[in-house]
Design a protein around this ligand. Structure first.
Ligand code: C5P
Length: 240
């Protein structure tokens, strides 16, 4: 059996302005459960999981702890947490700052780090398993991705098209993104200014492996996304 050396950083400190809700995005209910609660449930069976760090909005840390408890994780009750330790820390102004705060809270025992957007709250457990398996097999960085269905065009500042990459070689990248801890720490030692953590590893010139993602790992950003996520939940319940 693989050792329990996986640390999961769930970034949940975004405001979610595009959802137009009165609470930060991680606390917006989806079928009666906060988005963060769904994200935690999806992570519960992650292979080798030893620690979870939830990075929340600074004024919502108590609520984040409550959501952890409801999802079956608790920072102070080992019998509830199945020996997975949970820490809640405050996030920063950017996603990169929030990831850095999460990384700083991991214990020395963690060798494999997963960074996951709470907003991708319905990511199926199989995606976590594929990412962990790839890192354990030797990838310094492994990310889930799905083929793109749209034709993607690169444009200049005036809106003129400057190129059309071959769609067959494009992937839309999701989370959790998995890393050998040393690789991620080196990547974050530079500027954390990137839309994902794999981008920082790419800047180091190191390989990033793409494994199969899942359409249910959509990032809930708009009200339409919330509706789509609700439909996935209904379909899942009907198929169960
Ligand atoms: O804003 P965006 O949807 O790209 O955010 C992706 C994830 O990063 C979300 O789960 C959000 O909560 C998190 N985030 C964060 N701290 C920030 C900005 C975003 O933890 N300052």
């Amino acid at each position: 059996m693989a050792s329990a050396d996986v640390g999961l950083v769930i970034v949940a400190a975004g405001s979610g302005t595009r959802l137009g809700a009165e609470v930060p995005k991680a606390f917006v209910p989806l079928a009666g459960v906060p988005i963060l609660g769904h994200a935690l449930r999806g992570a519960r069976s992650c292979p080798g999981l030893a620690e979870v760090v939830v990075v929340g909005p600074s004024r919502w840390l108590g609520q984040a702890e409550e959501v952890c408890r409801s999802a079956g994780f608790a920072s102070d009750d080992e019998s509830v947490s199945d020996a997975v330790s949970v820490t809640v820390v405050a996030g920063g102004a950017t996603r990169g700052d929030s990831v850095a705060a999460g990384l700083a809270a991991l214990s020395d025992a963690v060798r494999v780090v997963l960074v996951h957007d709470a907003a991708r709250c319905l990511t199926p457990p199989a995606v976590f398993a594929r990412v962990v398996k790839a890192v354990r097999a030797g990838a310094g960085a492994a990310v889930p991705g799905v083929p793109v269905v749209d034709t993607i065009k690169q444009v200049d500042a005036a809106g003129l098209v400057v190129g059309t990459p071959d769609r067959a070689v494009l992937r839309a990248i999701q989370t959790p993104q998995g890393f050998a801890r040393a690789v991620l720490e080196r990547a974050h030692a530079g500027s954390p200014d990137a839309t994902d953590d794999a981008g920082l590893v790419e800047r180091l010139g190191e390989p990033v492996l793409v494994v199969a993602g899942d359409e249910r790992a959509l990032k809930v950003t708009t009200c339409d996304d919330l509706d789509r996520a609700a439909r996935f939940l209904t379909a899942g319940a009907a198929g169960a």
